[in-house]
Write a protein that binds this ligand. Structure first.
Ligand SMILES: Nc1nc2c(ncn2[C@@H]2O[C@H](COP(=O)(O)OP(=O)(O)OP(=O)(O)O)[C@@H](O)[C@H]2O)c(=O)[nH]1
Ligand SMILES: [Zn+2]
Length: 352
């Protein structure tokens, strides 16, 4: 894309983060006709990006035309020059040329990215409008939160929910460590949202229920560090460790640390949605900035308040003290209970 300055040739060690930043710069050459030198890639094969590591992409390419033939190969690829400033993330379907054999030491080239169904983004903080692209083509977001240790934080879950709804991704909640604390007071806060909830503890992992939800879909797992996300993924995808080991064998690079995202195929035998699903593990993100989300996007994260907000005067900011804001009326006349009032407070914090 011509408005992105092609100023760095090499993928630096931190490019995995740097190139996720989508900067929109004015194009100084906007009036000049663009020379289209996009080569035809009739020989390209399509791969699913399952890992990103310092400028190297791991993609799974199906061996045959038969969609049931799962004998795919692992291809390691770099980006073509023209995609140098384009974020390519886990879940992207990409076109590969060059040596896409997957043979040891081979390196293919990613020449284009197929249209994305969904795109999960975040910004460093709320004042930062530079968005980081996290995951492409996810259908669902499993928000993993612990009942205790670490204490559940309503505000972080609110943020995940807003990011999911804004991206058109269906949220699910898994509350872990219910052996340590009663999760119901916390869950009550979200009950009006009708988000599916799984309750988890050692010896009673809700694996069958979660598998049912994963089948046939791509689900991104998010959660604060220490909530038990890895524990859950290891239960759901026992060979997860082996998968990263395989990738490393191919790339010859170091282990994927918990600072990078990885996609795993989860077996979901006998489930209505199909025999497999994709699980995308993301590093525990402490903050989840929503600087890139519009007011409308934030409101979409509060579907439980939508009907009330519909009654607001035109142009209502819904902030505290906004004239005739229906949210205040609903709290005053009891349409919203204590949990509802807390939701309003939460919404207002995000709208500020
Ligand atoms: N009591 C209890 N402990 C749990 C449960 N689930 C996980 N744990 C423990 O919580 C700790 C953190 O679990 P992890 O799976 O490493 O957490 P994580 O969310 O992957 O954390 P990061 O790797 O830092 O992102 C481990 O000691 C687990 O054994 C649970 O349901 N109950
Ligand atoms: Zn209002």
């Amino acid at each position: 894309m011509s408005w992105l300055t092609p100023d760095d040739d090499e993928d630096g060690p931190y490019s995995e983060y740097a190139d996720h930043a989508v900067r929109q710069r004015p194009n100084p050459k906007a009036n000049r006709p663009r020379t289209k030198r996009r080569p035809e890639h009739a020989d390209a094969v399509v791969g699913l990006v399952t890992a990103v590591d310092r400028g190297r992409y791991t993609a799974l390419v199906e061996s045959g035309a038969d969609p049931h033939d799962l004998s795919e190969r692992v291809v390691v690829a770099a980006r073509a020059r023209e995609l140098r400033r384009t974020p390519i993330v886990i879940g992207d379907r990409v076109q590969l040329v060059g040596d896409a054999s997957g043979a040891e030491g081979s390196l293919a080239r990613i020449v284009s990215i197929e249209d994305r169904r969904t795109l999960l983004r975040r910004s460093a903080d709320d004042s930062d409008t530079v968005e980081r692209v996290m995951v492409a083509n996810a259908d669902q977001m499993l928000i993993v939160v612990a009942a205790a240790n670490p204490e559940p934080r309503v505000r972080l879950v609110d943020r995940y929910l807003v990011a999911a709804y804004d991206a058109g991704i269906r949220p699910l909640i898994c509350i872990t460590k219910v052996d340590l604390a009663d999760p119901e007071p916390f869950l009550g806060y979200f009950s009006a949202l009708e988000v599916p909830v799984f309750r988890s503890q050692p010896g009673a992992w809700p694996l069958d229920e979660i598998r049912e939800a994963l089948a046939g879909r791509t689900t991104v797992f998010v959660g604060h560090s220490g909530v038990g996300k890895s524990t859950l993924i290891n239960e759901l995808v026992p060979e997860a460790g082996r998968a990263t080991g395989h990738v490393n064998e191919v790339t010859g690079r170091g282990r994927h640390t918990s600072s990078s995202s990885v996609a795993y195929r989860a077996e979901t035998p006998g489930c209505a949605g199909g025999g497999t699903g994709w699980v995308i593990d993301t590093p525990g993100v402490r903050s989840f900035g929503l600087g890139h989300v519009t007011t409308e996007g934030i409101l979409r994260g509060f579907t439980d308040l939508a009907e009330i907000i519909d009654g607001c005067p035109r142009g209502c900011t819904h902030l505290e003290g906004a004239p005739d804001c229906e949210l205040d009326a609903a709290i005053a006349d009891g349409r919203l209970d204590a949990a509802g009032a807390a939701r309003v407070e939460s919404l207002r914090r995000l709208l500020k």
